[in-house]
Design a protein around this ligand. Structure first.
Ligand SMILES: [Ca+2]
Ligand SMILES: [Ca+2]
Length: 104
């Protein structure tokens, strides 16, 4: 994946971000935008983290992404991400599938 040189990925998780039944990949990155690799259903992926609102903080800054948890933390039936950050940065939870499906 040559297109991601310069990204500092620390944690990768599988998540069906657009709820199409095909696994996608979220990568928490340190000091660079996080990545969301959407499954093209043909063995390839396309990067859409910025488009789907999960690349940067709410105020548009790169964060020190460290770890990621996946689950339905608010029990609404949609999978969420919880991304932890480097010290002095707030941890972020994102209703990822809700954001991802709203852009399709
Ligand atoms: Ca998917
Ligand atoms: Ca949820």
């Amino acid at each position: 994946m040559d297109g991601f040189r310069g990204s500092y990925g620390l944690t990768a998780v599988s998540i069906d971000a657009d709820e199409d039944g095909w696994p996608d990949i979220f990568v928490a990155c340190d000091s660079t935008p996080s990545l969301l690799l959407m499954n093209n259903r043909d063995g390839t992926f396309r990067e859409e983290a910025l488009l789907r609102g999960v690349a940067l903080s709410a105020d548009g800054r790169e964060m020190g992404g460290m770890g990621v948890g996946v689950g339905d933390y608010n029990l609404d039936g949609h999978t969420d991400l919880l991304k932890t950050h480097f010290m002095n940065q707030a941890n972020g939870s994102t209703a990822t599938t809700e954001r991802a499906t709203s852009t399709t």
